[in-house]
Design a protein. Structure first.
Length: 757
């Protein structure tokens, strides 16, 4: 027994391992990697869960095989045992040398590269290629091209490299052939089609992509249908299913919505509960946007929550939570609602933070804020701050939001802006019925050096007019809310076609403006100018008597009352301007000129996306001991009365047909802005308008002059298209006079084009 023990203990390690190979479990003494080119052998071993000193286990070897395949580095892997050595043979996946897209026109290469995962110098795997093919097909589906195909081609290169080519057949857009509804009784298919975003394919919808099938848009349409029914009393409405099937020719889709309308509900009892001591529910109850007996409308409930939230915000409760408690009376088909104002602390402004301004100085934005650090929070002032910042015209987007501060009774005001070019290069052009062309060029910087200063230079050169103007405005003179500025101007105008004379004007204006209240402002000015009327070719005695040099020294003011909800694109509110100028402080011209203009904006009650604008302007000039000169009179036409040329209406010499201008005028306009859906995202806006106006009244001392002056109203109708194009804003107006006098001069088409820098 002792001899045997000595013999066992005396075995060498090699002999012991050999003994285990012969009898017991094998121990792995080496792991050899074969076939690797770029990947280090040690890297291969690190991915395995079995190695030197481990007992050979087929299950562990199988798991190691799976681990190596999962790395994506190898096209093939095999593991075999040779005695105590584990041999791992690998075939590496190739490296992508170059990646090319062929056949794509509707989607750019860079758009594909944003989506796909593969890149040059990345390991090629077929799984990754197929995943990228699906991503590319998804891009085409979003654009309505469900017939698109992507075929990957692999070109083998030396040194285990490949070129990857995606051969693309984009196919045609997959439209919507027909949209049907099942289960609808209260509304026809046509009425429901008008409520959803997706439209049936028609030839005239070449500007829109809404007639292409999009699963995301279809999901949005379900919500649109639900909102429509909920806003019309159907509180139990639901969309049972929404199905899209491709037509047999695989060119279009059929869409079908199955709905369950349910009964119509009305509003029952309306109440307000307040858990805030200072907020009186009896007062807020009168702000509820719904009344007992009205047809149920879910949007009115949201409107009421917004109104009550705003009312609480006016009392300093910024983060109040209002929860409508709804009780449904299915038997009587009534909805009883109690608006619960949950407890919240009175809030004060802790900080005002400004984000996104790169060029504009912080102080330019801060001085427009109606809320500053330490103020009690007020939603009305918050909205007003946003309106004033947007009104600067320096920012493409401007949002003013409140977030919770360091304590429940503290709020942080975040002002987030996105700057836009404030330099403007404007080019204007117009065509009249007489084939007359007018051009204008102006350069303006509305935010000079980011300080909010306004500097402009305008030049107008045409066969009829030459003018130059330099103006500068400092909006906060001496760091006070006082806008001070000046204008220098020189004009040479050919009025031969209108009134058979030429005019030169040189002068300057000093300006100052200051706020009276938050929405009212006063502007003061002094103007000194020199006018020269010459080259009188008319036989009209009135125009001949107007020739000569004249000096005008005048003071004036403008009262501005602006209640618009947005200075850039208003949808509600009004603006009123009242101007008066008195000439006669010096010089040889004396008059009192008064003008009033008024604009009001409203959403159309039953079509909230339509904006209605009503405008009116009137003016009167009265000679103080002297007749009003022709160059001081009003001339109407062009942009203020579309359909008629500038100076196209009003008193004329019956013999020469020269325009004489008028002492009294009025114009009015009704314009309806029509929503264009997706086109609005590209800055396209359509409107239809009707203009009316008249110009009359002159001082004629010589009774021998025969004047055509009916004072009758003129009117026109037309359509206008505006586009915020990449080159700048464009405006096109096509109009037709419907009321006119035989001696009026009409204009049917006008456009303006500009750019920004």
């Amino acid at each position: 027994m002792a001899t045997a023990l000595v013999l066992v203990l005396g075995l060498t390690p090699a002999a012991a391992a050999h003994a285990q190979d012969l009898g017991g479990t094998a121990i792995i003494r080496d792991v050899q990697v074969v076939g690797n080119q770029r990947v280090e052998a040690e890297t291969v071993r690190s991915y395995m869960n079995i190695g030197f000193g481990d007992a050979y286990d087929p299950e562990q070897v199988d798991q190691a095989l799976k681990n190596l395949f999962a790395t994506g580095l190898f096209a093939d892997v095999s593991i075999r045992r040779e005695g105590s050595t584990l041999v791992v043979r690998v075939v590496e996946n190739p490296i992508i040398n170059r990646m090319v897209f062929e056949g794509n026109k509707k989607i750019k290469d860079e758009d594909f590269l944003k989506e796909v995962q593969l890149r040059p110098r990345i390991v090629f795997t077929r799984a990754r290629v197929q995943a990228d093919v699906q991503r590319m097909l998804e891009l085409y589906r979003r654009k309505g091209r469900f017939g698109a195909t992507v075929e990957p081609k692999v070109i083998q290169l030396p040194q285990n490299r490949v070129d990857l080519v995606f051969e693309i057949n984009e196919g045609e857009k997959t439209g919507i052939r027909y949209i049907s509804f099942l289960g609808n009784e209260a509304y026809s298919d046509g009425e429901l089609r008008s409520q959803i975003t997706t439209k049936q394919s028609r030839w005239w919808r070449f500007f829109s992509s809404n007639d292409n099938y999009d699963p995301d848009r279809m999901a949005f349409d379900r919500q649109q249908l639900r909102e429509f029914y909920l806003n019309n009393g159907y509180a139990d409405f639901r969309v049972i299913s929404a199905v899209a099937e491709m037509t047999p020719d695989r060119e279009d889709f059929y869409m079908a919505f199955t709905v369950e309308e349910g009964p119509v509900y009305t509003f029952g009892e309306m109440n307000v509960e307040s858990q805030i001591r200072d907020v009186d529910p009896n007062v807020l109850k009168y702000l509820i946007a719904t009344r007992t007996g009205d047809t149920y409308n879910a949007q009115r409930i949201e409107d009421t929550v917004d109104i009550l939230t705003d009312a609480a915000g006016l009392q300093g409760y910024a983060f109040v939570n209002i929860r409508p408690r709804i009780q449904r009376d299915a038997e009587n088909r009534k909805i009883n609602i109690t608006y619960v104002i949950q407890e919240a602390p009175r809030v004060y402004v802790e900080r005002v933070r400004i984000h996104g301004n790169v060029r504009t100085l912080d102080k330019v934005i801060r001085r427009e804020m109606r809320l500053t650090e330490g103020d009690a929070f007020n939603t009305a002032k918050l909205r007003r701050s946003r309106t004033r910042i947007r009104g600067l015209g320096y920012f493409k987007e401007a949002e003013v939001d409140q977030t919770e501060g360091s304590a429940p009774d503290r709020a942080v005001i975040d002002v987030t802006v996105e700057e836009q070019p404030t330099g403007e290069l404007q080019v204007g052009a117009g065509f009249s019925s007489r084939e007359n062309f007018i051009g204008e060029l102006s350069v303006r910087e509305r935010n000079l050096l980011g300080r909010g200063q306004d500097l402009r230079l305008s030049l107008s050169v045409s066969s009829l007019r030459k003018s130059g103007n330099i103006g500068f405005t400092e909006p906060y003179f001496m760091n006070r809310p006082l806008a001070a500025g000046f204008d220098l101007f020189a004009t040479e105008t050919d009025f031969q076609e209108e009134a058979s004379f030429d005019q030169k004007t040189v002068g300057t204006t000093l300006r100052a403006g200051f706020p009276l209240t938050e929405t009212k402002r006063m502007q003061l000015r002094y103007t000194l100018r020199q006018d020269k009327i010459y080259n009188v070719t008319s036989t009209s005695r009135y125009i001949q008597e107007a020739a000569g040099n004249f000096t005008t020294s005048s003071v004036g003011y403008t009262f501005v009352w602006d209640e618009r909800n947005d200075y850039v694109k208003p949808t509600d509110g009004f603006r009123l301007l009242f101007n008066q100028d008195v000439a006669g402080l010096a010089g040889n011209v004396r008059y009192l000129k008064t003008q009033l203009s008024y604009d009001v904006y409203n959403r159309v009650p039953f079509a909230r996306d339509f904006i209605l604008k009503l405008s009116a302007t009137e003016g009167y000039i009265y000679g103080l001991g002297k007749d009003v000169r022709i160059n001081d009179r009003f001339f109407v036409g062009g942009t203020d009365l579309r359909g008629f040329r500038t100076a196209g209406i009003g008193p004329r010499d019956a013999d020469t047909r020269d325009a004489l201008g008028g002492n009294l005028f009025y114009t009015g306009s009704v314009e309806l802005f029509i929503p264009l859906g997706m086109a609005e995202q590209y800055g396209i806006q359509l409107s239809t308008f009707a203009d009316i106006g008249s110009l009359t009244g002159i001082n004629i001392g010589d009774s021998d002059i025969n004047v055509l002056d009916s004072g009758s109203p003129r009117a026109s109708v037309g359509i206008g298209v505006s586009w915020d194009s990449p080159m700048g804003p464009l405006r096109f107006d096509l109009s037709k006079p419907v009321l006119k006098e035989p001696y009026d001069i009409t204009e049917t088409f006008q456009f303006n084009i500009g750019t920004r820098f």
